[in-house]
Write a protein that binds this ligand. Structure first.
Ligand SMILES: [Zn+2]
Length: 473
């Protein structure tokens, strides 16, 4: 009932813009129909419920990840894709195990909230017990190398804190370095283990540790690496500032179980005039093994699928092919994105754009664009048409879109990259935590993302002249 009301009331806003020529008017009309139908649809949320509740967490290499592959294939066939294929990729299988403990033993007894980071080795049974040294940066660790030997290093740099020179607030990219490379840097100065302050939004913490990908380096000793809740990192920092010795015990029994075969799910809606030209749209099907991967990246998966379903249900078949890819292994290896760039290398010259939605669905804000000169303005011309729909007035087009899975194909083929933008401050409260569950997703907000996404994709697949390609890198 609500849906019918929304549909009726929004109709009046889709008169073609007065300055439009014939084609432009047709594009306005198509965008109007897509957005209106998308806003009235609950398909994406229904699919998300299946993915999060009926399948659950789906770390690469797990049985649930394989269930998600079969689910994605079946639903994309039902959505009306012309062809759905499973593209094999080999992924690492890492298992968290049952034991995961961090505990301050001196000067007081505190049990901490901890998650092993993906790819970490285990500690010996009983754990590693050592004094803690707290640092903010790799430079600081190197300058205090002699103090770090035999200790557990805590990297305590917060996302959202101000950079040392006061120039800006640190973002995800700054803070995540300690997660990806912390164990390498700590081992180089003789530390026995390392822990990090979880990478999440500062000022909105609920003592949740955030997991994520970490790396080792050949030739550098492998040491256990885990994430503490921000509050627990602060506790350690306060204790270390006031006491000569702070002893930490860290026990993990996570393990690597080698490599297994998995798949990207690839579904095409064939173009009516230029089927060899492709607009690739995607999210990633794998998630971390904590939470249910609702915002990361269930919403990107179901919104990408909804693009196909919406266009098919409206009988809108654009000039070019739309290819929906549900990538595997974005979180801990990127085998899906790298495998696609390699195995589809010969088709990349025909890829006119690649769009990834992997920033959650907390508050749709617009599109990010990385394209050749004039590309941002071309996308803004599409955005202008969507802005005429109530609720989309503030839709913003910014330079600099992209996504982890589409990075490799873009680099290999100079393919323009776009992203579907959302409220990242809220996203990073839940990112890679136990709390990334279905209840955090607002069905109407998800539909709002998917409807604008579908309109953008249709326009890119239909417009006479494609976006200017990126310069060779
Ligand atoms: Zn993600």
């Amino acid at each position: 009932m609500l849906a019918i009301l929304a549909l009726t009331t929004s109709f009046v806003f889709f008169a073609p813009a007065p300055q439009s020529d014939g084609d432009s008017g047709a594009l306005d009309a198509a965008i109007g129909r897509i957005v209106e139908r998308g806003l009235a649809s609950d398909h994406a949320f229904t699919w998300l419920t299946e993915l999060c509740d009926d399948i659950g967490p789906r770390l690469s290499g797990s049985a649930q990840a394989e269930q998600a592959v079969e689910w994605g294939r079946a639903r994309l066939e039902e959505a009306g894709a012309d062809r759905v294929v499973l593209h094999p990729v080999n992924v690492a299988r890492w298992v968290r195990g049952e034991v995961e403990r961090a505990r301050i033993l001196e000067p007081a007894d505190h049990r901490l909230a901890v998650l092993a980071l993906g790819g970490s080795i285990a500690t010996p049974p009983g754990g590693i017990t050592a004094p803690v040294i707290v640092v903010k940066t790799f430079e600081e660790l190197r300058s205090r190398a002699s103090e770090a030997r035999g200790k557990i290093v805590l990297f305590n740099r917060a996302m959202g804190e101000t950079a040392d020179d006061g120039s800006r607030k640190l973002g995800y990219g700054d803070a995540v370095q300690q997660r990806t490379n912390g164990a390498i840097e700590a081992a180089k100065v003789g530390a026995v283990a390392s822990v990090i302050r979880s990478v999440g939004t500062k000022g909105a913490e609920y003592r949740l540790p955030h997991t994520g990908m970490m790396r080792y380096e050949d030739g550098v000793k492998r040491i256990p690496h885990a994430a503490l809740a921000a509050e627990d990192a602060d506790l350690i920092a306060r204790l270390v500032a006031r006491h000569p010795r702070v002893m930490l015990n860290l026990e993990l029994d996570c393990r690597d179980e080698g490599t297994v075969q998995s798949h990207n799910v690839i579904a095409d809606l064939r173009g009516r005039e230029r089927p060899d030209e492709v607009v690739l749209i995607c999210g990633h099907l794998d998630s971390w093994d904590v939470g249910h991967g609702a915002h990361d990246d269930g919403v990107g998966v179901v919104a990408s699928m909804e693009v196909i379903r919406l266009l098919k249900s409206l009988d809108l078949r654009p000039r070019r092919t739309i290819r929906c890819v549900l990538f595997m292994n974005e979180e801990n290896g990127l085998a899906g994105g790298l495998g696609y760039a390699k195995d589809y290398a010969r088709e990349l010259a025909g890829h006119v754009a690649a769009i990834e939605m992997d920033g959650g669905a907390f508050g749709f804000s617009g599109f990010g664009v990385s394209a050749g000169e004039g590309g941002v303005a071309m996308v803004d011309d599409v955005a202008r048409r969507i802005r005429s729909v109530p609720g989309y007035e503030s839709l913003r087009v910014r330079p600099g879109g992209g996504g982890a899975d589409i990075g490799p194909l873009s680099r290999a083929g100079n393919v323009p990259m776009l992203s579907i933008d959302s409220d990242s401050e809220t996203y990073f409260r839940y990112h890679h935590t136990h709390a990334d569950t279905l209840d955090k997703v607002d069905p109407r907000e998800l539909a709002r993302h998917a409807a604008a996404y579908a309109a953008l994709v249709y326009a890119l697949a239909e417009m006479e002249r494609p976006l200017p390609r990126l310069a060779a890198r």
